[in-house]
Design a protein around this ligand. Structure first.
Ligand code: ATP
Length: 725
């Protein structure tokens, strides 16, 4: 596991002293391992007697008194999180950390909460907590490695073939030095040898063995590629399907944008290891063991000479592995920082261009890229030192063997051929050592990647389907919220004790200022989130008890922002009913007033949209979305009206399409336009998470001092169309 530069108590008290804080003020501290959401760096959170403070890597310092803090929480992203505090006037992330230290941070925060509650600082202690969600990090690499290997048994046949080939390759490796040493020199080139003069046959034998070995190598590569490819396919499928099951809170994190990239490159690291690292590790390990054993049996004296440099080699490897590990970790951090610069810049390219920040963004990228480049150079320099040094020591070992072996040849204890074989075996013993260092490198990358992948796979959804879900065949479409309270984040309720009901077939408009909680109400009805308190009922059944299938197939959505998937227009319309016939699709498009503009597209209903295809205007996208809902024909419809203004013709078309769509179904519309508001059977006014008014447009419009009346009148004034209404 990678570690951050942990500071000790003494260093921290020294730092605190430099900020004028006495050493006995420090109650406890914890080290965080990110300086920004995706930039690695160390910062220390300190719990003081009367305040919390953070010492950042660059020497800056921040302090907030407990009396000022309203709440302290962690905000989880994917494999990182932040410690966030809220005061009367501000909300800020104090520090960021990877989930590998989350258990420690939780312990620290519970201690801080106790101090905030006024407990005696001399009595509070850090609780020992176990059972972190991301337990692989804490349980260590062995468990992680075993889990990666647990994907292998599914491919038993390939595995057996692979093991057989590995044994054959190891066997051939063992035969070769014997043939090119003892057989060649003692039996073929020696006039008294068993096969004296049969050079051509020996050459053919050596060539055949080399050809067979190459064939086995190709076969092993092929089986390895097949197996690792399939394993990675399994892992990626598992990650993707796990992600699909996660609740919206997972996706609302800003850092999900590069999640797929990350999974792809992490999966690739595992594939490299399974494909190349692991088989070669086994081959080399088996070669080292069998050659070692063989040499001892054949010539124990020379074998001791072979072993002499091994402790030195082991020491150098041990030291260099530590250096490589550190350098790798730094490179990983630097490349993460560079990626987040690229990500930031590309995701916010409109803002970058609007503010003319292209040059400064390029400078930011160059800085991050240079840091990565410098670290990669350091890596290269380190390996340029280590590997030649290892080779030199091995060459010295070879010289010792030559010396001692030569003496044995002269004294007649050893034949020249045997000495040549021994030298051959020596390289069989030393060369894999080099490879083992590289394999360790791969192993480290593979484990880091596996850790991140399993974190996503193991993440539990906060909106699980009931164990015995209820399916309703013909849903009537009665919707009710009963005393619902909901907060996205702890202690910040967005809906407060909301109760409302919508009868089957009724059209209700949700009205309110921006941020009042209208979309949140629809999010709870569709169960994108679960209520914190109270109940959401559909046809009298709690949505938590309903099967996902019933929920998804009975609630249609027309959202402000219509997302069109890569594919044809027809496929996009049929997204909710993939088996719809072309006639049904065209009929839905006609009802949504989309048919005409679709027919004007180059390939009509087969025109490709989305990535690499055509882009549609907001009004066109909305009509596609309405066509989708018409085709799906759900008993409950949620309609989030677009706030952006459309031209009069498009607006009229959308209104007509909507009238057709809402007919005979329960409709909950987040309404902004007067045409929609006036047509609603009933309006529900939401203000700061509470239902404050209910009634028809006329009733509410004429209510003196009413929230709706004031909103509507302001809007009318600004639109200057009072007369028309
Ligand atoms: P608008 O008309 O502008 O869409 P709304 O009435 O639909 O606003 P909601 O989107 O329900 O308002 O948001 C209600 C409150 O919840 C807002 O303060 C918003 O910042 C907050 N909120 C919405 N989504 C999240 C989220 N995923 N995480 C945290 N807070 C959120």
């Amino acid at each position: 596991m990678q570690k951050t530069m942990e500071m000790d108590r003494e260093t921290i008290t020294e730092k605190l002293n430099s900020y004028g804080i006495a050493a006995d003020e420090l109650v406890s501290f914890v080290t965080c391992d990110l300086s920004h959401p995706e930039t690695y760096g160390t910062c220390v959170l300190c719990a003081l007697r009367g305040a919390i403070c953070v010492i950042y890597e660059d020497g800056t310092f921040l302090l907030r008194k407990y009396s000022e803090i309203k709440s302290i929480n962690t905000e989880n992203y994917i494999s990182s999180a932040a410690v966030v505090i809220r005061t009367q006037t501000e909300e800020m992330a104090l520090s960021y950390f990877t989930l590998s230290v989350s258990a420690k941070i939780e312990q620290f925060m519970s201690l801080v909460r106790k101090l905030m509650d006024g407990q005696n600082p001399d009595c509070v202690k850090m609780e020992e907590k176990t059972g972190d969600d991301f337990s692989y990090i804490n349980r260590g690499r062995k468990k992680l490695f075993l889990r990666v290997l647990s994907y292998v048994p599914k491919y038993k046949k390939q595995l057996v073939k692979m093991i057989l080939i590995i044994f054959l390759i190891t066997g051939i490796n063992l035969i070769q030095p014997y043939i090119t040493g003892t057989i060649l020199y003692d039996h073929v080139l020696n006039p008294d040898g068993m096969f004296s003069g049969r050079i051509a046959e020996l050459v053919i034998l050596i060539a055949s063995i080399a050809a067979f070995s190459t064939f086995l190598g190709i076969l092993q590569g092929r089986i390895g590629a097949e197996m690792s490819g399939n394993i990675i396919y399994d892992i990626k499928t598992e990650v993707f399907s796990s992600m699909q099951k996660l609740g919206m809170s997972f996706f609302s994190s800003k850092r999900t944008g590069n999640l797929l990239n990350r999974i792809n490159s992490d999966a690739l690291d595992i594939q490299y290891f399974l494909n190349d690292g692991l088989p070669n590790f086994i081959i080399n390990g088996a070669t080292i063991c069998s050659v070692g054993l063989f040499l001892f049996i054949v010539n124990p004296v020379l074998s001791v000479a072979v072993i002499v440099p091994l402790p030195l080699i082991a020491l150098i490897i041990k030291k260099s592995v530590r250096v490589f590990k550190k350098l790798k970790w730094h490179s990983w951090r630097k490349s993460s920082s560079m990626n987040s610069v690229i990500n930031d810049s590309l995701m916010g390219i409109r803002v970058v261009k609007a503010f003319g920040k292209e040059t400064s963004e390029t400078e930011r990228f160059c800085k991050a890229s240079k840091e990565l480049c410098d670290n990669r150079i350091r890596e290269g320099v380190a390996s340029a030192k280590v590997f030649p040094l290892l080779n030199f020591i091995m060459a010295l070992g070879g010289l010792v063997v030559w010396g001692l072996g030569g003496a044995q040849v002269v004294s007649g204890k050893l034949t020249f051929g045997e000495l040549m074989s021994f030298v051959g075996y020596l390289s069989l013993l030393y060369n894999p050592v080099n490879f083992m260092v590289k394999t360790f490198d791969w192993w480290t990358s593979c484990m880091n990647s596996a850790q991140r992948i399993f974190e996503v796979i193991d993440r539990k959804t906060d909106v699980p389907e009931s164990h015995s879900p209820i399916s309703i065949e013909n849903l009537k479409g009665n919707v009710e919220l009963r005393n619902v309270t909901f907060s996205y984040e702890p202690n910040r309720p967005v809906l407060k004790n909301v109760s409302l009901s919508v009868e089957s077939g009724e059209m209700v408009g949700l009205v309110g200022h921006s941020g009042a909680g209208k979309s949140t109400i629809t999010n709870l009805i569709t169960r994108l989130y679960d209520v914190s308190d109270g109940e959401v009922l559909i046809d009298g059944v709690n949505v938590k008890e309903l099967s996902f299938d019933t929920l998804r197939s009975n609630i249609g959505m027309v959202l402000q922002e219509t997302y069109l998937f890569t594919g044809s227009i027809a496929e996009n319309i049929a997204y909710g009913k993939p088996n719809a016939s072309r006639d049904e699709i065209i009929d839905a498009a006609k009802k949504a007033y989309a048919h005409d503009f679709i027919m004007n597209l180059p390939d009509g209903y087969d025109t490709l949209i989305g990535k690499n295809g055509m882009d549609l205007s907001g009004g066109e996208k909305q009509r596609i979305s309405i066509a989708r809902a018409i085709l799906m024909n759900p008993p409950i419809l949620i309609f989030d009206e677009a706030t952006s203004s459309l031209d009069t013709k498009t607006e009229q078309q959308i209104q007509k399409a909507m009238q057709l769509l809402i007919k005979d179904r329960t409709t909950i519309a987040i309404a902004h336009r007067f045409s929609t508001l006036k047509n609603a059977d009933r309006l529900i006014v939401v203000e700061e998470g509470c239902v404050v008014e209910e009634g028809t447009h006329e009733e509410l419009f004429n209510k003196d001092g009413g929230v709706y009346a004031s909103m509507a009148k302001k809007q009318l004034e600004s639109l200057n169309i009072t007369a028309e209404i």
